[in-house]
Design a protein around this ligand. Sequence first.
Ligand code: CP
Ligand code: NVA
Length: 332
Amino acid sequence: MAFNLKGRSLLSLQDFSKEEISYLLTLSKNLKDKKRAGIKGDNLAGKNIAMIFEKPSTRTRCAFSVGAKDEGGMPEYLGKNDIQLGKKETVADTARVLGRMYDGIEYRGYKHETVEILAEYAGVPVWNGLTDQFHPTQILADFLTIEENFGCLEGVNLVYVGDGRNNMANSLMMGSAIMGLNYTIVAPKELWPKQELVDKAKELAKDSKATIEITDDPVQGVKNADAIYTDVWVSMGEEEKFEERIEMLKPYQVNMEMIENTENEDVIFLHCLPAYHNTDTINGKKMYEEYGLTEMEVTDEVFESKYSRAFDEAENRMHTIKAVMVATLGNQ
Ligand code: CP
Ligand code: NVA
C-alpha cells in the first residue's frame, strides 16, 4: 500500500506513524535496488532543494545532494556564512523567501526550534538534517541497516551506550518506541534523557510493544543486545565539555569486552559516524596529547571488526534520505 506523504515535513520521527515509517523504509530498499541496478530516476525532476548547514556534515550533506541528483533534482548548499539566517534576517523571513524559490528545504543546525520555525513559514517540506535534540534521517538509515541484518525491527534488542541525552540517543528512543524495538540506554545518570521525552516514548511504546529502559550498568545493560550503538561523547556545539565527558564516559567505551558481555556472537555494532576510533585525525591526536586516549567511544578493534556495520549505515543515509525527498516531494 502506498502512502501519500506529499507536502509533509520531517522534523522528528514522532511526525510519522509506524506504517508511514515502514513505507519510507520499503521505498528506501526499492531506491537502493534501483541505484545498484544503475537506473537513474526522475522523481525529483524540476525540484530545487535548499540544504542549509549551520554545522559541518559529510554524510547528510552528500546524501541529500546525491539523493536529489539521482532523481533529477537540483540541490544547493547554503553554508553558515552564505546566508543571513538568524543573523541579519529572521528564521521566519528566510523561510518565506526560500519557500518561494525552493521546493524543499533541509536544515542542520543547533536549536530544534529553528527547524520548526522554518517548517511553519516555508510552505514547502522541511527536513531535519540534525538539531541539538533530534537526528531523524539518521535513524531511518540505522533501521534500514537493522532490517537488512535481522529481517525485522520488532523485538530487536537495540542498546545505545554513551551520551544518553544527545540527538542520537533521543531519536533512537523515539524511533524504537514507534517501531517496536526493545531499546536500552546505557549511560551515567548525569547523561540520561529528559524524563518528559522518556514518558513520551513509553506512551508510544504501548502501541508498538517496544520496551524502553535506562541503566547506568555497562555490564548488565548490554546483555542480550542484538545491536550495540554508540556516538561521540561530545556533540557538535559542546566542544568545551571534552574533559568532563571523558571522565564520565570512559567506563562506557564500546570495546571487545563489552561485545563479549552481550553474550551474543551475532551482535552488530552501529555508529552514526564520525567516530573517534584512532589517532589518525587532527582531533584524535589532540585527544591523545591532552587526555592520553588513543580511542574514545569505540575501540579501533571493534570499529574494524566483523561486528561493525558502520559503513552500511553510512551508505543507507543516501537511500533513506532519497526516500524521504521522493515521498514528500516526488512527482509520482
Ligand atoms: N551521521 C551524520 O549525520 O554524519 P554527518 O555529520 O557527516 O552528516
Ligand atoms: N551527536 C552527534 C551526531 C553526529 C552525526 C552530534 O550532534 O555531533
